[in-house]
Design a protein around this ligand. Structure first.
Ligand code: PLP
Length: 397
């Protein structure tokens, strides 16, 4: 007899994975260049040179026993210090090595934080559209997951948040730049959310933690700034990943940063170490801890994503689609041309366009298009997008 809820999770595959596998099958049937697969958020730009240079330098200069050996459970102390120093220089914060816990990417950062914070009966709030795994992570940690509906501009409705927080609310998750909308939360939004959390924490007499999921922090265009949330709210936990900024998602490396001004920072950090231990998330990959410490502040060539965004967003708008021009990440969130996004995606599939219906992101009637693909794929797909829009116009006549 197995744990049925785990078996259930294992059996139900994500919509994105199903679509990706369909795409691979279809490519084998008709040729890879004929299928326009916009399903996955896998970086399409190679890692910056600093990644390979750091690997080579480490292999040449360090003992392989040390390089491939265990680090301390929370990560190598000099790596954690390098990350803390970098954050402090960038954001005027005061992190120390003991504010940082190295993880295997943002998914682990989130899971560890939720397990560290949630007690039986607690509630975790997120905002649609949200990364679908939030529900899995929050429920897996024993919380009730509450998703608030989207606003028209995909910012956050602070008065609604205020109404929705209860005594049981332990944490709120935000994600900026956002997957799937590409929207960056403005400073005004962050301030409004933090004001609500401060007020409600005081009212209930316990902190409501703000978990900020930031794998796309550096992927922003046209000089848009992403406010650093720890500076606005002491009870903030930053969940970071190098997967997208350095194009190394398969290497599984990221960190949690606990805001040092948090009143119970020492207890929260201890709970993070405990959750890491209980979940088996100790000693993140040793070689890549050292690699990322040497690449802080560097990114892949994001100008490619900006070019893709401008090309796709411009063309789709011209064909009659509606989308919010994304300021960051590498996703375009587009209104389906009929209320049922699944039906729209099925129709798109007939034109070999693989788009993700956004119902699982908590947002009905939208689709997500990952534009972290080759520019050639976008160029080649445009006639299909145009034909699809024309098909709907014909239906209306
Ligand atoms: N959070 C968001 C919003 C994401 O889009 C992703 C991955 O796509 C993750 C977390 C997980 O990132 P990682 O690969 O670093 O675990």
């Amino acid at each position: 007899m197995v744990n049925e809820s785990m078996a259930g999770l294992g059996r139900v595959r994500s919509v994105i994975r199903v679509l990706f596998e369909y795409g691979n099958k279809r490519k084998a049937e008709i040729g890879a260049d004929k299928v326009f697969d916009f399903s996955l958020g896998n970086p399409s730009v190679p890692a910056p040179d600093c990644v390979n240079e750091a690997i080579k330098e480490l292999l040449d200069t360090q003992s392989s026993l040390e390089l491939h050996g265990y680090t301390s459970a929370q990560g190598d102390a000099s790596v954690r210090k390098a990350i803390a120093d970098y954050l402090n220089t960038e954001h005027g914060t005061s992190f120390g090595a003991d504010s940082i816990y190295m993880t295997v990417g943002a998914a682990a950062s989130l899971t560890i934080c939720l397990h560290a914070l949630v007690c039986y009966g607690d509630e975790v709030i997120a905002f649609a559209p949200y990364f679908p795994e939030y529900r899995v992570f929050a429920e897996g940690a024993g919380a009730a997951f509450k998703a608030l509906p989207p606003t028209v501009d995909f910012q956050i409705d602070a008065p609604l948040l205020k109404e929705s927080i209860s005594e049981k609310t332990k944490a709120v998750i935000i994600n900026s730049p956002n997957n799937p909308s590409g929207v960056v939360l403005t400073e005004e939004t962050i301030k409004a959310v933090c004001a609500v959390l401060k007020e409600k924490s005081a009212e209930y007499g316990h902190p409501i933690y703000l978990i900020t999921d930031e794998p796309y922090r550096e992927l922003v265009y046209d000089g848009v700034k992403v406010p650093f949330v720890s500076r606005y709210y002491d009870d903030t936990l930053v969940c970071y990943s190098f997967s997208k900024s350095l194009s190394v998602p398969g290497e599984r490396i990221g960190y949690i940063a606990v805001t040092p001004e948090m009143k119970d920072a020492a207890d929260v950090y201890a709970a993070i170490c405990g959750a890491g231990r209980a979940l088996g998330y100790v000693c993140a990959p040793s070689l890549f801890q050292r690699v990322v410490a040497r690449c802080l502040g560097q990114t892949s060539d994001i100008s490619v994503y900006k070019h893709n965004r401008d090309l796709l967003c411009g063309a789709l708008t011209e064909y009659g689609y509606t989308c919010v021009k994304p300021d960051g990440a590498f996703y375009l969130f587009v209104k389906a041309l009929e209320p049922d996004a699944d039906a729209f995606c099925e129709r798109a599939k007939k034109k070999e366009l693989l788009l993700v219906p956004a119902d699982s992101f908590g947002c009905k009637g939208y689709v997500r298009i990952s534009y972290c693909v080759s520019t050639k794929q976008i160029e080649n797909s445009l006639p299909a997008f145009k034909a699809l829009a024309e098909e709907y116009k014909q239906k209306e006549l």
